[in-house]
Design a protein around this ligand. Structure first.
Ligand SMILES: Cc1cc2nc3c(=O)[nH]c(=O)nc-3n(C[C@H](O)[C@H](O)[C@H](O)COP(=O)(O)O)c2cc1C
Length: 192
């Protein structure tokens, strides 16, 4: 029996660490499904491995003031032709995705529109809820604190947002399920 091993490159860029942790959780889940994973943290400035070697590529970014990280956005834009020949998944960690009421807007702004602007056509794309660190010892700058407080005010209706606390809206089960679906898609992929 020939066992065909599949591989996935997880490319990500995170400003405050949330997307980084999501990327690692996804990698763990893919490995459970016997997929070989490699991580590429674009904020580390490592060189990009040959994309030809992978069956699937995941690209993840955090969102700040309506924008992806410039590193993840450029990666998708520059490589969209090669990426579109593989199983492509996109994910973001977004404050707006934390609330079911604003989730669809986040999907549209931070995934659909990003695909239009970069030419990347994803087979799977999801906006995962992110972190609102409202604690006094957050790593945000003075200005970032003001912005996150304003954003928290605008999305808090109907969800529990605690002042002065780290509010982590990442749903790990949802993230693992999404990774499992991606693994299944990669397993059925035939190289073009
Ligand atoms: C200064 C600042 C601006 C933000 N702007 C947005 C925004 O425009 N839309 C959004 O959905 N989330 C926004 N967020 C929430 C982040 O998307 C959330 O914290 C996410 O988990 C960050 O991911 P990262 O840690 O990987 O960068 C903002 C957060 C900060 C601190």
């Amino acid at each position: 029996m020939v066992i065909e091993l599949k591989s996935v490159l997880i490319v990500f860029a995170s400003r405050f660490g949330s997307t980084d942790e999501i990327a690692h959780e996804i990698a763990e889940e893919l490995e459970k499904h016997e997929i070989i994973t490699e991580m590429l943290n674009l904020k580390d400035g490592e060189s990009t491995p040959s994309l030809d070697e992978f069956d699937g590529i995941l690209v993840g970014s955090g969102v700040k003031m309506g924008r992806w990280t410039k590193e993840a956005f450029s990666f998708l834009k520059q490589n969209h032709n090669s990426l579109n020949n593989k199983v492509l998944g996109l994910f973001v960690s977004s404050g707006e995705a934390a609330n079911p009421k604003t989730h669809d807007g986040a999907r549209n702004n931070y995934l659909e529109k990003i695909m239009e602007r970069t030419g990347g056509k994803a087979d799977m794309a999801e906006a995962f809820g992110g972190i609102f660190d409202l604690s006094s010892n957050s790593n945000y700058s003075f200005l970032e604190k003001k912005i996150i407080l304003r954003l928290a005010k605008s999305v808090k209706e109907g969800i529990i947002m605690q002042e002065g606390k780290v509010n982590d809206f990442r749903n790990w089960q949802l993230i693992r399920n999404w990774a499992t679906d991606f693994a299944n898609l990669v397993k059925t992929y035939k190289k073009k």
